[in-house]
Design a protein around this ligand. Sequence first.
Ligand SMILES: C[S@@+](CC[C@H](N)C(=O)[O-])C[C@H]1O[C@@H](n2cnc3c(N)ncnc32)[C@H](O)[C@@H]1O
Length: 196
Amino acid sequence: MTDPRTPWNALYETGERLSWDMGRATPVLEEALALAAPLGLAPGASVVVPGCGYGHDAAGLAALGFAATGLDFAPLALAGARARYGETVHWAQADWFTTELGPWDAIFDHTCLVAMDPECWPAYVAACARNLRPGGLWLAVAFHDVQGRPAPPHAIPMAELRRLAGTHFEVLHLDHARRSHPRRAGREYLMVARRT
Ligand SMILES: C[S@@+](CC[C@H](N)C(=O)[O-])C[C@H]1O[C@@H](n2cnc3c(N)ncnc32)[C@H](O)[C@@H]1O
C-alpha cells in the first residue's frame, strides 16, 4: 500500500507554488477567533492546526499568544514551516488520524478536511473529537464551491458538514466566511463546533 504522505511530500518537493498556499494566515482565522472568544478560547489556550502545510495559520495563532501546534505528516511541509517561522510554533510530524500528542483546547482546520477523500471524513471527524479535550472547539474553514476544478480540495455542502460534525460535536456557528482571502471570496464558510 502506498504511503499516504508520498503524494503530498512530492508536491512540496517540486518547489513550485502550491495552489492552496496563500503565503500568510487566512483572514478567516481572526473571524474564527472572534467567534470562539465568547466561548472561552483565549490566548494561552492550546490550538492545533492539522495539515498545517507551511505553517502560516499556526504562526498566526502563536503571534496572538496561543500555544500553537502545527501538525503535518509531510516532512517537507514542516521543513518549509520551520524555515519560515522558526520555533515560534511547536511543529509536529504526525498523522492526524493516529496522533496521540493532544488533547488540545481547539483545532483550527483550514483546507485539511477538504483535502481528504470524502470517504475519510467520518474518521476525520472522529479524530477531531479524539484530539480535543471535552468541550474543546473545532474551528473549520471549508469550501462549498471549488469552481468545478478537480479535487482536492473537495467541496462540502454546509448541511453535509453539519451532519458529519453532529456525530461528535454541537454545531454553534455555520455560515459563509465574511473575511475570506480575495481568491476565495464567496466560496468558503466557517464552522464553530464544540465537542460533546
Ligand atoms: C491542502 S494542504 C493545506 C496546507 C495548509 N493548511 C494551508 O492552507 O496552507 C493539506 C495538508 O494536509 C497534510 N495532510 C494530509 N493528510 C494528513 C494527515 N492524515 N495527517 C497530517 N497531515 C496531513 C498534507 O501534507 C498537506 O500539507
